[in-house]
Write a protein that binds this ligand. Structure first.
Ligand SMILES: [Zn+2]
Length: 222
């Protein structure tokens, strides 16, 4: 049984699909995470469920320049260079965004209108590393984020930590995240629990239990 999320509040669910890009998820990708091979089916199920139920989807995309200083700072090979083949999402999570929030374009201002899929480019680990996204995130209150993607101990962790520090409720879909290293991924999951992040599995969501629990059926149809 799911524990309480909303305590009766009219919370809005927001799905957060983190960095499910070719460079991380397909063999030959610049920072390929082998564990990601297990989650393709669940990613697809989650996004399909969100679309069918008119749940807002935020998709982050790790987005670098060709000689991004982050590569040297963290010892990463060049990856997710804007517009490159590896920057694109895998087919299971490729959607046509209604809105794109880039690292540099501060032209957009909240609130959202009828957008259902928002692509947020980010220059570093956390969704909050794109300052143009912060206004959007704040405008979504009150909401409950359902996070999944890659890598558990990397961008998933940093994004969840940012959202928790902003006092948002967050769940993590443990069978729709992939670890870079098993041990550090598992440590990150333990850390999430200690921070009040609820672990869910894809079936919890796609059975409709989470949506029913958060009493969102009315609030979702804006
Ligand atoms: Zn990166």
């Amino acid at each position: 049984m799911l524990c309480d999320v909303s305590e009766g509040q009219n919370l809005r669910l927001v799905f957060l699909d983190i960095d499910t890009q070719i460079d991380f998820m397909l063999p030959g990708g610049k920072l390929y995470l082998e564990e990601s091979r297990h989650i393709f089916g669940n990613l697809h199920r989650l996004l399909e469920y969100a679309l069918l139920n008119r749940i807002l989807i935020l998709q982050t995309a790790d987005t670098h320049t060709e000689n991004d200083p982050e590569f040297e700072t963290f010892g990463f090979p060049a990856h997710c260079v804007a517009g490159s083949a590896g920057w694109k999402r895998v087919p299971e999570t490729t959607l046509v965004p209604d809105l794109v929030i880039t690292n540099s374009d501060a032209a957009w201002r909240p609130p959202l209108g009828q957008e259902r899929v928002v692509l947020i480019e980010k220059p570093s680990f956390s969704i909050a590393s794109n300052p143009n996204a912060l206004g959007l995130i704040e405008s979504l209150r009150p909401c409950h984020f359902v996070a999944f993607g890659v890598a558990t101990e990397g961008c998933v962790r940093k994004s969840i930590l940012s959202l928790r520090s902003m006092q948002f409720e967050v769940s993590v879909v443990i069978d729709a995240v992939a670890h870079g290293r098993i041990k550090s991924g598992e440590q990150a999951l333990e850390e999430f629990t200690s921070l009040g992040v609820r672990p869910l599995i894809t079936d919890d969501i796609c059975s409709g239990a989470l949506l029913a629990e958060t009493r969102l059926s009315g609030a979702l149809r804006r």
